[in-house]
Design a protein around this ligand. Structure first.
Ligand SMILES: *Cc1c(COP(=O)(O)O)cnc(C)c1O
Length: 387
């Protein structure tokens, strides 16, 4: 436990951590300092989308590191151009901005939405509707956007101009979407909020109202995007495409990245000097992202994600201790009848299985490349625990 002592001495205690020091990994298995293996149903928090150290991903990242690790955004790189093209084409968007995290991607979307409105309508139309129980990040602006009171402490004053609407309440949406609003931002499935899916009718209404009032729609797909739900974007399940979509977590397979994708409407809002990031569009991150997209774009890959999701659901439904399931594809929330999810997560770790929690639920975000054999192995550990 020397590592943990040293770590805690020098790293700020801003996280509740498990007593586990990970050292290496392969496929969906990670290995701790003592050599004990863990099946990972979390993949970080949905970040290691191709699992640990996938061969093609390692090759792409290492060869880029040997060639060019960074240049400033005063210059161009081909790898960023290639990744931007493939990402826009895959997601069906016009252009994008690269940052380094989900919060940064959302900051970019917030700035674009406000500037779009300012350019066209002038001051006063700056409010952004976000949903109760949402999660949009940890910077001051994205915390302000996050619709959960537990996050609105200590760091006063928060950023003005965020109005919360009850998720799935069309009446609340109508009441609050007035002439001061420039954007509506939402997660199709609230991840940190407990893996809660928005209802189709509510999403339809967001698009209808925003269309009528020229209000920018923003999908925070930081967790739901990049194949997580069995489509490249979760919005595809709903038959909608927002003006802006933010991506991060699994986008580069484990390297920090964030992207704000724009359709035609907002494609030219940012002009030189209005936004930037020193690290944004880093060549190594882009190389990792290309490896992820190339894998996701192989025939049948996303259908397999859906099928594996259904397989998980079937197995989970058969467990008597499971009260309800939520989510889609390989984004799964599990409500338990009598056991505490946090206790179960801790016991699972002791038994060689890593799982996440979200509010009072267990949450799975396994690597998209997980095999049925690995699902069975992990589910055996969990099933035994829940007996
Ligand atoms: C994780 C997450 C974020 C924040 O991403 P960071 O990379 O931690 O800044 C924002 N929105 C959603 C939906 C997320 O799941």
């Amino acid at each position: 436990m020397k590592t943990i002592e040293q770590f805690n001495k020098y790293v700020m205690h801003s996280y509740g951590r498990y007593d586990l020091v990970l050292d290496n990994g392969g496929d969906v298995t990670s290995v701790d300092e003592e050599g004990k293996s863990y099946i990972d149903f979390g993949s970080g928090i949905g970040v290691n989308s191709l699992g640990y150290c996938n061969d093609e991903w390692v090759e792409a990242v290492c060869s880029q590191a040997k060639k060019l690790q960074h240049t400033s955004n005063y210059y161009y790189t081909k790898v960023q151009a290639d990744f931007a093209k493939l990402l826009c084409e895959t997601a069906g968007y016009t252009n994008l901005f690269f940052g380094n995290s989900g919060a940064e991607a959302n900051e970019c979307a917030i700035k674009i939405a406000r500037k779009y409105s300012f350019d066209k309508y002038g001051k006063g139309r700056h409010n952004i509707i976000t949903l109760k129980n949402s999660f949009h990040g940890r910077t001051i602006a994205t915390l302000s956007a996050t619709g959960q009171d537990v996050f609105h402490n200590y760091f006063f004053p928060f950023v003005e101009g965020f109005v919360n609407v009850e998720a799935n309440s069309i009446a609340d949406l109508h009441e609050k979407l007035d002439d001061t609003v420039c954007a509506v931002m939402f997660e199709y499935i609230q991840g940190e909020g407990g893996v809660n899916r928005l209802e189709q009718e509510f999403v339809d209404e967001i698009f209808k109202l925003c269309n009528e009032k020229d209000v920018v729609t923003i999908a925070d797909e930081v967790q739901t995007g990049v194949g997580r739900t069995g489509k490249f974007l979760c919005g595809e399940h709903y038959g909608h495409k927002t003006d802006l979509t933010t991506l991060a977590k699994g986008l580069a397979g484990g390297i920090p990245i964030g992207a704000c994708l724009s359709g035609e409407k907002c494609a030219n809002v940012l002009v030189p000097g209005t936004h930037g990031s020193t690290f944004g569009g880093n060549p190594i991150a882009c190389a990792g992202g290309l490896a992820v997209l190339n894998k996701l774009n192989t025939v049948g890959f996303l259908d397999d994600v859906s099928k594996k999701g259904e397989y998980f659901f079937e197995k989970l439904e058969a467990i008597p201790e499971v009260k309800s399931l939520s989510g889609l594809g390989l984004m799964i929330g599990i409500e338990l009848k009598t056991k505490d999810a946090h206790d179960v997560a801790k016991k699972a770790l002791e038994n060689g299985l890593l799982v996440l929690t979200a509010k009072e639920k267990l949450r799975f975000l396994p690597p998209l490349t997980i095999s049925y054999k690995e699902i069975d192995e992990g589910m055996k550990i969990l099933t035994d625990l829940l007996k």
